[in-house]
Design a protein around this ligand. Structure first.
Ligand SMILES: Nc1ncnc2c1ncn2[C@@H]1O[C@H](COP(=O)(O)OP(=O)(O)OP(=O)(O)O)[C@@H](O)[C@H]1O
Ligand SMILES: [Mg+2]
Length: 181
């Protein structure tokens, strides 16, 4: 099977944080830090919404990172890969505020607009997060992203480099609590 290569969303980042993760536990720690920062943003700015792209080749760790993030935001059950359903929803409470995390995987879309036909457009107005694996399959038809997360593998099978970029003022505010290095 030909390896599918991920492409990059083109937008000039306002800021970027790049972290080397030697093992999966480091990825989990970074996801946890991000969850804390997002939770702060979403509770300080009630009814706000962040659009987040997850980029990287097959097996880069997009679902793994998202799983740690959603669990760190308070979800207690499993986080299934949305490979076949295209989208999984996680209703959560942050300090008595209802938010929803939508986790998309658009890899299997046969048409760039299939996400709209499936009725997903309204999810982009719901307070909370939309986290989107394989956004490039929608060929630029998605609403603008606030944050871009790029994962890439290293020489060792457990090594990853994770780059988190703010693409909007909201994205910048939502990353405020992450230590910039
Ligand atoms: N440092 C690490 N960070 C994240 N995942 C890691 C790390 N080291 C090893 N892994 C493993 O790599 C695999 C990543 O798979 P995952 O399904 O998350 O990738 P993906 O990017 O979502 O792939 P796909 O494009 O097929 O959806 C998992 O089995 C995970 O346990
Ligand atoms: Mg995945």
């Amino acid at each position: 099977m030909a390896q599918t290569q991920a492409t990059t969303i083109k937008a000039e980042p306002l800021t970027s944080i790049e972290r080397y993760c030697r093992q999966e536990g480091d990825t989990a720690s970074l996801a946890k830090q991000l969850a804390t920062s997002f939770a702060y943003f979403l509770t300080q700015q009630p009814r706000s919404h962040l659009n987040i792209s997850l980029e990287g080749n097959l097996g880069a760790g997009k679902t793994t990172f998202t799983r740690y993030l959603i669990q760190a935001m308070g979800h207690q059950g499993k986080v299934k890969s949305p490979t076949y359903t295209l989208c999984e929803l996680y209703p959560l409470q942050l300090q008595q505020q209802d938010i929803t995390v939508h986790h998309f995987d658009l890899y299997r879309m046969r048409d760039p607009l299939e996400w709209q036909e499936a009725g997903f457009a309204e999810y982009f107005d719901v307070p909370g997060l939309c986290l989107i694996e394989w956004p490039e399959k929608a060929e630029g038809t998605l609403p603008a992203f606030d944050i871009q997360i790029q994962l890439s593998a290293g020489a060792d099978e457990n090594e990853r480099t994770i780059k988190i970029s703010a693409l909007s003022e909201s994205g910048l505010a939502a990353l405020k609590d992450i230590e910039l290095k």
